[in-house]
Design a protein around this ligand. Structure first.
Ligand code: PRX
Length: 645
């Protein structure tokens, strides 16, 4: 069974697209009629990109969880909402029906309230991929608190920064998390993050790994104990807080070109509408389908396409705790077979890494339930696309290549499975409501083709419902980052190509942001972390093509110290020290893949590092490094070239 606003043909896509651009307010308000509102809106859209100010469904009151849970209960109460597959395939899986999930969210909403959480409070969630994470997120939304989920791989320092930026008073965490063979002590990381913190009042801890934890009197409480109190009172409902359409729903931190992560803010109504609409249309979800998005809820993909998109559609969403290669590289295929998964949504990095294991791990698993495949997070190379198509989809499942960002909340450019044509390694066409435009460095629309395609910086001309509203606590930062580069345009930071038929191909970031295994990491952030090492004088970080990760992190480091850098063993030890420092400051995901020690960095006379040259060297280019005459010391380039790793 399909949905009333599900696009069924290419012609309908074209017609809906045209309608959405001609009159966005009319288009989205018609779709909004299908949701549950406590009060209807008086103004569908009010915006300007100057400030920026973007308001959708002004005047409306709602709670997103009533749309994700309550409204499904009558008809779909016994339908599985969340299927949870644990890290260890030997452990029992869990299935939460809509009714069960509703009850659990209501109970935990009471726990939040009993512990002092109110509408508008910020709650930091730092957990592994267990159902309690989904429950905590939804319970925050139910009580009107703003959740800020921090990916379980971030360090104590990163958490401390995010807690401070959001002025968060509450934390929900676990004792530990399983990831493959590892057991990560999350609560202990939180304890480190809280040293010197005077803002956090309560830490709610759930049990997963039974790792020993230190519970601090007056501050730390056990999830299970708190739930028992609610159960004793027999409370299974919790009245959903009435939220304004534009009230913030969550903050999600992401990297930019500066050293400090930005707290991207999404609001209740627009985000709900757009994640629901894109989920239903891009994946062509049919009621009863099982949707498996392999992302972590710590990233936007998990927020939008494990939780809010699917649940608002009454879908069955599968949440997986582990990693694709443990206990073996057949883990995804085993899950697909076990639950008869219909939609698989994963990252090119995962596909490339699994390709490396050959077809052995794929064989022996029945993948015939699959109907749609998806990719997200980074450009997918043709080889990986075809491998996915041939061996996983067996050439009968459309592949949707979905382009979007933390700031866009939902998918902006993608083919619609089986409805609009796919094109290997092209994200293809914009979703209704999305008006992409390619511009040159001055903001003029690209009018001339180069090698048969238009090529430029990707911008969006008008707001879609889940446009970023602000960066938490610093609206000016939101303006300068996204709305000030070009007049009246949202700038994505990506470069793209466009063909004759209007298809887009994303070529990658044009700013100083790296995309490592589909994770965004700012070069400045990594440099700041490396520079924290006592013996590092200066560093410069660039990306380079990496077979599996898409991009690898290449660091050029000026190191001063008594260690003899030339001795192979010593240099490796220093590299390990630097890794340790980066892991401590950011987290293991930001560890450089290559560290080259240099005596100087190519700088202009005004002291600016010429990253363009370093990027070329890291990419293996030795000849055409461009103009080096403006360099303070051109000699340093030779040295760096000769020492390339
Ligand atoms: O460079 C683009 C790349 O990922 C960036 C957004 O990263 P993040 O906010 O972490 O969100 C990732 C998940 C939505 C974009 O600026 N990117 C995302 N999807 C694609 C992509 N690049 C090419 N093709 C995609 N499908």
């Amino acid at each position: 069974m399909s949905y009333p606003y599900q696009i069924k043909s290419f012609e309908q896509y074209q017609a809906d697209y045209k309608r959405s651009i001609d009159d966005p307010a009319e288009f989205w308000s018609t779709i909004a009629e299908h949701f549950t509102w406590k009060k209807k809106w008086h103004t569908t859209l009010n915006w300007n990109f100057k400030e920026p100010k973007i308001e959708w469904f002004k005047g409306a009151k709602l709670n997103i969880t009533e749309n994700c849970l309550d409204r499904h209960l009558e008809k779909y109460g016994d339908t599985p909402a969340l299927i949870w597959e644990p890290n260890d395939p030997e452990e029992h899986h869990r299935i939460l029906t809509y009714r069960k999930l509703y009850e659990k969210v209501c109970q935990f909403s009471h726990v939040l309230k009993n512990n002092g959480v109110k509408k508008g409070d910020r709650v930091c969630i730092y957990m592994g991929m267990i159902p309690e994470l989904a429950i905590a997120v939804l319970a925050c939304a139910r009580v009107g608190a703003i959740h800020s989920v921090v990916f379980g791989g971030f360090s104590a320092q990163s958490i401390a920064d995010r807690l401070y930026d959001a002025q968060a008073e509450y934390i929900v965490t676990c004792d530990g998390a399983y990831r493959g063979q590892k057991d990560i002590p999350l609560k202990s990381v939180i304890d480190d993050a809280l040293i010197g913190n005077r803002i956090v009042k309560k830490v709610i801890v759930t049990t997963r790994t039974r790792t020993a934890v230190s519970m601090i009197k007056g501050r730390d409480v056990w999830w299970e104990d708190e739930i028992k109190k609610v159960e004793t009172l027999g409370l299974t409902d919790f009245p959903a807080e009435e939220m304004d359409a534009e009230d913030p729903l969550f903050i999600l931190y992401t990297s930019g070109s500066t050293g400090k992560p930005k707290g991207v803010v999404h609001s209740c109504a627009g985000y709900m509408l757009f994640t629901n609409y894109t989920f239903i249309n891009v994946f062509q979800y049919q009621r009863g389908d099982i949707h498996f998005c392999t992302a972590d809820i710590g990233w936007i993909t998990g927020h939008s396409y494990i939780l809010y998109g699917p649940l608002s559609a009454g879908a069955t969403t599968l949440m997986f705790e582990g990693i694709p290669t443990w206990p073996d590289a057949g883990r995804f295929w085993n899950i697909i077979d076990k639950y008869k998964v219909n939609i698989l949504y994963t990252a090119p990095t995962a596909i490339r890494s699994l390709m490396g294991f050959g077809l052995g791990p794929v064989h022996g698993h029945d993948l015939s339930s699959l109907k749609v495949l998806g990719t997200v997070g980074e450009p997918i190379n043709e080889e990986a696309w075809h491998w996915y198509d041939d061996n996983i989809g067996k050439n009968r499942c459309p592949i949707v290549d979905t382009w979007w960002q933390t700031e866009t909340g939902g998918i902006l450019i993608s083919n619609l499975a089986g409805i609009t044509p796919a094109k290997a390694s092209w994200a293809t066409l914009p979703l209704p409501g999305v008006e992409p435009i390619l511009v040159d460095d001055k903001g003029a629309e690209i009018a001339e083709k180069e090698d048969g395609v238009y090529k430029g910086n990707l911008c969006i001309r008008t707001p879609w419902p889940s446009t970023i509203r602000t960066t938490y606590g610093d609206h000016e930062r939101c303006r300068t980052n996204y709305f000030a580069t070009y007049d009246n345009l949202y700038f994505t930071g990506d470069g793209a190509l466009k063909d004759e038929d209007g298809n887009f191909r994303i070529t990658g970031r044009v700013d100083d942001v790296l995309n490592v295994s589909g994770h965004r990491i700012g070069t400045a952030e990594v440099e700041n972390a490396i520079n924290m090492h006592a013996n590092v004088v200066e560093s410069a970080v660039v990306g380079y093509p990496h077979d599996i990760k898409g991009q690898g992190i290449y660091a050029f480091v000026i190191y001063q110290g008594s260690h003899a850098q030339n001795t192979h063993g010593t240099a490796d030890l220093i590299r390990k020290d630097i890794h340790q420092t980066v892991t401590r400051i950011i987290g293991a995901i930001a560890k450089p893949d290559k560290i080259q020690f240099v005596s100087g960095l190519p700088k202009t006379r005004s002291g600016k590092i010429m990253r363009r040259i370093l990027r070329k060297i890291a990419e293996g280019e030795t000849e055409n490094l461009g103009d080096t005459t403006t360099l303070l010391d051109p000699g340093v380039v030779e040295e760096i070239k000769n020492g390339k790793l």
